[in-house]
Ligand binder design. Structure first.
Ligand code: CA
Ligand code: CA
Length: 147
């Protein structure tokens, strides 16, 4: 049976696994990672991810280093979008590498592992450029959001 809704995709186990990965990744960086899931993407996936980025207030980080991982479950939409601070320092292919990692894992039904691995990969990249600071705050919630 294929998974068609964000609710099916987001079992308690997946949620717990991925939210733990976000917390772990953010221990090493001032960057902020969010995961957003929905059933279907209503428009071009990158445009929609940019819309959500703003809708979720992800531009409100001190160092402009928020990263959104977006998945639309039924139509297999994927986007990984970084704010200006992180975008300025990652190599062009990096976001595509993260997308490949997600695609490969989802194809094999490894949702929790794929999302967690993507979160940790992004976290490593953030940590290399934006180490965690002594006065770090959790600027964006680590919980998976849905719409
Ligand atoms: Ca933080
Ligand atoms: Ca956070």
């Amino acid at each position: 049976m294929s998974i068609l809704t964000a609710a099916d995709f987001l079992s308690t186990e997946v949620r717990r696994h991925v939210e733990a990965a976000i917390g772990e990744a953010e221990r090493l960086t001032s960057g902020e990672i969010r995961v957003h899931l929905e059933d279907q993407c209503p428009e071009d996936v990158l445009d929609h991810a940019a819309f959500l980025f703003s809708e979720l207030g992800m531009q409100r980080t001190r160092e402009r280093n928020g990263v959104l991982i977006y998945v639309s479950v039924a139509d297999h939409g994927l986007a990984v979008l970084g704010d200006a601070g992180i975008n300025a320092v990652v190599p062009a292919g990096f976001w595509n590498d993260v997308l490949d990692l997600l695609r490969n894992a989802f194809r094999e039904g490894r949702h929790a592992e794929g999302l967690s691995a993507a979160v940790l990969r992004v976290g490593e990249k953030l940590a290399a450029h934006f180490p965690r600071r002594a006065d770090d705050r959790d600027e964006l919630p680590n919980t998976i959001s849905t719409s």
